[in-house]
Ligand binder design. Structure first.
Ligand code: ACO
Length: 428
C-alpha cells in the first residue's frame, strides 16, 4: 500500500522531508521543520484560506463541485422537504435528529426564552430611526453578554445549553424589534402559541389584531429559508465565530462578531445587493448590456459565484421552488423576470461558464423576502437568525476540540528592517 506521506525536497539545501498525510491534509506546522537556518522554517501563505483547513468538523459537508450540501450527513433536499427549522437546529447542534420527547423539550426551551430584558428595548430606542437593523442586531446581541454574565462559563455544559436556548430564541426578537423601531411601531411581543417562524412573523407584522395568524405558506417558506441558511461549514462568519470564540470569550460576544462578518456585501449582504442590482438593471431588455459591463470588469453579478460551489448551489434550486409558492400568495415579484433572464444569459455565457459561476443561495432569496413585505435592510438579519444555530454548533465543536488553540495566524513580513527613531525636527 502506498505510504500516506508527502516527500518534499528543499532545493535550497537538498534536504528531503517526509510529512504525514492524515484525512487528506498535511499539518502546516510540519512544514516548519523545513529550514535553511535555525529560525526560518517554512510557513504556508494562504490569504483568504483558499486551501487551508482551519479545523476538523463533523457538522456540515459541502461538495462544491457536485453542488452537494449535507447537515450531519443528511442531504439538504431531504431536510428542506421533511424537517422544520427548529428540528434542523437541534440536528446541527447535537448531531442527531431528535426523538419526539427531545424535540418537544427543545422546542419548549427555545420558545420560553424569547422575551428580552426591557433594558435592551431602551438600548434599541437609542438608535436613530433609520439605523440599519443589522447594526442594531450586532450591538444588542453583543449587549446580551452583560445581562447573562454566567455565559462566561463556556466550559460548563449547562451554561452553554442555557445560552444556546437564549441565543436561538432571542435573535428573532432582537431582529423584529430592530425592524419595528425603524418604522416607529410599538414592539410586538413574542407569542408562544406560534411556531418559531410564525412567531417571528407575528413580531414583525402584528398590528392591532388581538392574535396574529401567520399565512401558512409564508410561514413554511420562511422556515425552509431558515433551514437552508442554518449552517454552511467554514464560511466567513463561522470562521469569525470560531476565531473570536477561540479567545474563550462568551458566546454573545462571539455571535456579535460573527453577525458583523455576515453584514458585509460579499457574504450576508449579497441578497440585498442582488435586489439593488435588479432594480438598477430595471428591465429584461437591459440584461445583456449589464452582463457586458460585468464581463468588462464593471462590478459583479451579485448572487452569482461562490468560494466553494463550482456548480449550481443546491440551496438556490430549493429557493427557486419556494419562490413560486410564495408568489402564488403574494403575487409575482416584477423583478423575477429580470433575475430569470440574468440567470439564463449568464449560464450560457463563456465568461461565467469558464469561471464556474452559478447562482448562489442569495440570488432568489431577496425576491422572496421582498414579496413577503420585508425591506432590503432586513435581509442580512434574516440570514443571521437561522445561522445562529450553525455558529453555536461550530463554536462548541471548537471549544471541545483538543487540537484547537487561540486563533492567531502567522504573517509573511515584508516591511522595513530595523531603523533608528527619527525626531520630529529631522523628519522630511
Ligand atoms: N460576477 C462576475 N465575476 C465574478 C463573480 C461575479 N459574481 N464572482 C467571481 N467572479 C470572477 C472574478 O472576477 C474572477 O475572475 P478573474 O479570474 O478573471 O479575475 C473569478 O471569477 C474568481 O473570482 P474570485 O473573487 O477570485 O472568487 P472568490 O472565491 O474569492 O469569490 C465570491 C467568491 C466572493 C462569493 C464571488 O463569487 C462574489 O463576489 N460573488 C458576488 C457576491 C455574492 O453573491 N456573494 C454571496 C456568496 S454566498 C454567501 O455568502 C451566502
Amino acid at each position: 500500500m502506498a505510504s500516506e506521506t508527502l516527500t518534499i525536497i528543499d532545493n535550497r539545501t537538498g534536504k528531503q522531508y517526509e510529512i504525514p498525510i492524515k484525512n487528506g491534509a498535511v499539518k502546516a506546522t510540519d512544514l516548519f521543520q523545513i529550514k535553511v537556518t535555525e529560525d526560518d522554517g517554512i510557513v504556508s501563505y494562504d490569504p483568504g484560506f483558499m486551501n487551508t483547513a482551519s479545523c476538523q468538523s463533523r457538522i456540515t459537508y459541502v461538495d462544491g463541485d457536485k453542488g452537494m450540501l449535507r447537515y450531519r450527513g443528511y442531504p439538504i433536499e431531504q431536510i428542506a422537504e421533511k424537517s422544520t427549522y427548529l428540528e434542523t437546529a437541534y440536528l446541527i447542534l447535537y448531531g442527531e435528529l431528535p426523538t419526539k420527547p427531545q424535540l418537544a423539550e427543545w422546542t419548549h426551551n427555545v420558545t420560553y426564552h424569547s422575551i428580552i430584558h426591557e433594558n435592551i428595548k431602551k438600548l434599541i430606542d437609542g438608535f436613530h430611526h433609520d439605523a440599519h437593523p443589522m447594526g442594531i442586531l450586532v450591538s444588542t446581541v453583543g449587549a446580551l453578554s452583560t445581562f447573562y454574565p454566567e455565559a462566561k462559563k463556556i466550559f460548563d455544559v449547562k451554561a452553554r445549553r442555557d445560552q444556546t436556548y437564549r441565543l436561538i430564541s432571542k435573535m428573532p426578537t432582537l431582529s423584529a424589534f430592530a425592524y419595528r423601531h425603524s418604522l416607529g411601531l410599538p414592539f410586538s411581543y413574542p407569542d408562544n402559541d406560534l411556531s418559531y417562524t410564525g412567531n417571528f412573523l407575528n413580531m414583525l407584522f402584528k398590528m392591532t389584531e388581538l392574535k396574529y395568524q401567520p399565512h401558512p405558506v409564508l410561514e413554511r417558506a420562511l422556515d425552509i429559508l431558515f433551514i437552508l441558511h442554518a449552517d454552511h461549514e467554514q464560511n466567513c462568519s463561522t470562521n469569525a465565530m470560531r476565531s473570536v470564540g477561540s479567545s474563550q470569550v462568551d458566546p454573545y460576544s462571539a455571535v456579535a462578531a460573527a453577525a458583523a462578518a455576515l453584514y458585509g456585501p460579499l457574504h450576508g449582504g449579497a441578497n440585498e445587493a442582488v435586489l439593488r442590482m435588479l432594480m438598477e438593471i430595471g428591465s429584461k431588455g437591459k440584461v445583456s448590456e449589464f452582463i457586458k459591463k460585468v464581463k468588462g470588469g464593471e462590478g459583479r453579478l451579485m448572487g452569482f459565484g461562490h468560494r466553494v460551489y463550482k456548480n449550481y448551489d443546491p440551496r438556490a434550486k430549493i429557493i427557486k421552488e419556494v419562490a413560486d409558492q410564495v408568489f402564488e400568495v403574494t403575487g409575482r415579484n416584477p423583478l423575477l423576470d429580470i433575475a430569470l433572464e440574468l440567470e439564463r444569459i449568464a449560464l450560457e455565457d463563456e465568461y461565467f461558464i469558464r469561471r464556474k459561476l452559478y447562482p448562489n443561495v442569495d440570488f432568489y432569496s431577496g425576491l422572496i423576502y421582498q414579496s413577503m413585505g420585508l425591506p432590503m435592510d432586513m435581509f442580512p438579519v434574516l440570514f443571521a437568525i437561522p445561522r445562529t444555530s450553525g455558529w453555536i454548533a461550530q463554536w462548541e465543536e471548537m471549544l471541545l476540540d483538543p487540537d484547537q488553540k487561540l486563533a492567531r495566524p502567522k504573517q509573511v513580513y515584508l516591511g522595513a528592517g530595523t531603523r533608528e527613531y527619527v525626531p520630529m525636527d529631522k523628519r522630511k
